[in-house]
Design a protein around this ligand. Sequence first.
Ligand SMILES: Cc1cc2nc3c(=O)[nH]c(=O)nc-3n(C[C@H](O)[C@H](O)[C@H](O)COP(=O)(O)O)c2cc1C
Length: 356
Amino acid sequence: MTTAFDPIELGGVRLANRVVMAPMTRSRAYGPGAEPTELMATYYAQRAAAGLIVTEGIQPSPVGQGYPDTPGLHTPGQVRAWRTVTDAVHRAGGVIFAQLMHTGRIGHPSLLPEGLVPVGPSPVAAQGRVYTHQGPREFVTPKELGEAEIRQTIADFATAGRNAVEAGFDGVEIHGANGYLLHQFLADNTNHRTDAWGGSVEGRIRFAAEVVTAVTEAIGGRRVGLRISPGNPFNDITENNPGEIYEALLNRLAGLDLAYLHLMEGPDAELTARLRKAWPGTFVLNPFTHPDITGPDALKLIEDGSADLVAYGALFLANPDLPRRLAGGGPFNTPDQSTFYGGDHRGYTDYPTLTV
Ligand SMILES: Cc1cc2nc3c(=O)[nH]c(=O)nc-3n(C[C@H](O)[C@H](O)[C@H](O)COP(=O)(O)O)c2cc1C
């Protein structure tokens, strides 16, 4: 029987185990350059025992930033600074993919360089509020992307993929989940387009498919993963037929020899099984455990064949040596939500490891 502690080959790289650190925004890339810091290198290196680390969401372009103090991967300074992080993780024996996250309509002009506004497939504002340096603010109506801007956005993802390789990352995970730009093209309530980037199933999956394809052409499919969250209403998303949409997307991507598909599961377990079946490649599962966080029970998903790898978010945040703790049945540190976003080393690099 395969267990979470067996190695696996992923995109040509050997992972020591099948426990993935899920992508988590931590908003600690302070300064105007949106560059990762030494403290971030320490944080990721501490977690190098993961089979695979997926970084926090990283904007592939200035307009892709939707939260304060998130890092980018579109300037030479950012590439240099990420090299410090990837070197630290590799020295500690880890494998690390960069999550490329364009937040689309989720954001605020005050988070963007002068003159830029959040963009989206259609001019539909998200309900709710976004966190800014000045406190919570209502979402604004995004600027509808024109054909040339869509092409430029796809090219920005490809460039960020190349930058990731130059910065020493083992690969990239494209963020197609959680109501950000790719998801906004896929979903019913955010994509009202009547051109080739909306309307039919084929139109709605096109942007996500072309982004993945472009990054694959830039750095090779084996270095590219995709994260999706079918049916997840987070960030004011409505999807009426996620099974049809995502199965079509997976069918379109099946030939690209991607490193993996990462499913952030919702409450519909049948949909998970359907997409697992539709995907010919490596399958990473971040299981639906709401209102709890993913815990030791998820290890059985590897044993029963539901997934090839399992992703842990909050538990990995609080337990830098998570694979060891999982292997020994605990104990586990408890994540402190008050230090999830922003702040200093507290609640970031000071969670203790086991001492014996
Ligand atoms: C602090 C925090 C930040 C997160 N940021 C991201 C992110 O940048 N990109 C992403 O795809 N998911 C993000 N997530 C979602 C996690 O990757 C994961 O799917 C979620 O926490 C559920 O898994 P868990 O129960 O193991 O924590 C974040 C979660 C947390 C707790």
